[in-house]
Design a protein around this ligand. Structure first.
Ligand code: HEM
Length: 413
């Protein structure tokens, strides 16, 4: 009986302390390159990586989500009863709602356009300030854009607070400290506000806005979602859209470290901007892994996975696996130029078929927003004052410590 197959020592504290560095350390000690055994939260846990593992993990016969997400993650990042926790027909029904609005090219195009406008009007004010923080400014730009686009009324006076609350949900999900409690309070405020917005939308005429589609969505029982549950799902559109601020901040980091990347972006080369967006999503640390529970006793590549074991797909590890990405720690948008990423190779937002499984339905939105805002960032005339741009891999979610401060002089002609 091998120690690897029946791990005794719980590594939850190791994971909490090491963040993104936890999986690499485990892989180094694993005799198998794509499967490892450990214990987390008192459960046998199995780590997987590689395109075959992606297909295995996203098969509903293998891995279920119900009961897998720790309460602290539901109470901050996703919300209770969110799509992330559903399986089978209930999941499929809810997923159709997200896919219909998030993969419609017209809607995605309108959101990117609205984000571009919000950026341009905010950037005019950056010139008058001695310093701006790229992360905070982008969060406000995206909050303004996504609320307008979704039909959610948001007064200018509430913009700063709402953007701060939306980012707090993401910032606080993987820690037990003050950031976590800030995230819980932010979720309470946001859910109460959006439940009222949903109730109000139900009293008006249908208008095909995202708000309206969520408000009128019916479950497999043919009934409307409760206002509270509908608010959770509306937040599952607003919150991750604003979370694209993490990648825009990483774009600021990349353009500072490798300034020659700015030239092609500045030219407005959209193909290059999309490749740059993919490389940002591959290279920088954001979602560390996804997890579920083994539906029954399973075997993957000859390894036994007991029923109810926690199964983790190592996102960050796979996106830096030299077998898939030659020289994985080189930032190189060229990898994706004239070359669409393989469905189960590049998995910063999950893998498999998004219609059938839990893969993120927001990839088109993410790439469109990143391409739009990266071009604008490259066209901005700014200096990067002295600051701490280091990115700790122990902190989930990671971010340059200074959140990228800029001294903006104007737009590049
Ligand atoms: C699911 C990452 C942006 C909406 C996910 C998952 C990941 C992820 C890792 C889980 C996949 C799984 O459980 O297997 C990201 C990252 C983003 C992003 C890194 C960039 C900021 C977006 C956007 C939206 C969105 C822009 C919507 C506007 C969702 C939803 C789910 C999801 C609704 C749940 C899907 C399901 O359970 O079927 N995302 N996402 N995400 N994402 Fe995203």
């Amino acid at each position: 009986m091998s120690v690897h197959r029946h791990p005794i020592v719980d590594d939850s504290l190791g994971l909490a302390a090491q963040g993104y560095s936890w999986f690499p350390g485990r892989w180094r000690r694993s005799p198998d390159p794509d499967v490892l055994h450990t214990r987390l939260m008192g459960r046998h846990a199995v780590g997987l990586r590689g395109p075959d593992a992606v297909r295995f993990f996203y098969d509903e016969e293998h891995v279920r989500r119900h009961g897998a997400l720790p309460e602290p993650v539901q109470g901050t990042l996703f919300g209770h009863g969110a799509i992330h926790t559903l399986d089978g027909i209930d999941h499929r029904n809810r997923k159709l709602l997200f896919m219909s609005v998030l993969t419609d090219p017209h809607r995605v195009g309108r959101l990117a356009e609205r984000a571009g406008q919000a950026w341009d009007s905010a950037a005019a004010g950056w010139v008058t300030q001695p310093r701006v923080i790229l992360f905070d400014e982008t969060a406000r730009v995206l909050t303004r854009a996504v609320c307008d686009w979704a039909g959610v009324p948001l007064a200018d006076a509430d913009l700063h607070r709402t953007a701060a609350d939306l980012t707090a949900l993401v910032d606080g999900f993987a820690t037990a400290g003050p950031r976590h409690w800030r995230a819980r309070r932010a979720r309470g405020r946001l859910e109460r506000w959006l439940a009222r917005v949903i109730e109000h939308a139900r009293t008006g005429e249908p208008d095909d806005s995202v708000l309206d589609l969520v408000a009128r969505h019916t479950g497999t029982d043919g009934r409307l979602l409760t206002p509270e549950r509908a608010a959770v799902e509306l937040l599952n559109v607003l919150r991750p859209t604003v979370a694209v601020s993490w990648f825009v901040t990483f774009a600021g980091h990349a353009l500072h470290r490798w300034p020659r990347l700015r030239d092609r972006l500045r030219d407005g080369d959209l193909g290059y901007a999309v490749a740059f967006a993919h490389e940002l999503r591959r290279f920088y640390p954001f979602a560390p892994f996804v997890g579920g529970l083994a539906v029954r006793d399973l075997t993957f590549q000859g390894e036994h996975i007991p029923r109810n074991a926690l199964v983790l797909l190592d996102i960050f590890g796979q996106n830096h696996d030299p077998r898939l990405w030659p020289d994985p720690y080189r930032f190189d948008p060229q990898r994706f130029l004239d070359h669409e990423p393989g469905r189960d190779d590049l998995i910063p937002q999950g893998g498999g078929d998004p219609r059938a499984g839990h893969r993120c339905p927001g990839e088109d939105v993410t790439v469109a927003l990143l391409a739009t805002l990266a071009i604008r960032l490259a066209r901005l005339d700014y200096e990067v004052p002295d600051q701490d741009l280091s990115i700790s891999l122990r902190r989930i979610p990671a971010l340059p410590r200074s959140r990228v401060e800029l001294n903006v002089a104007g737009m590049v002609a």
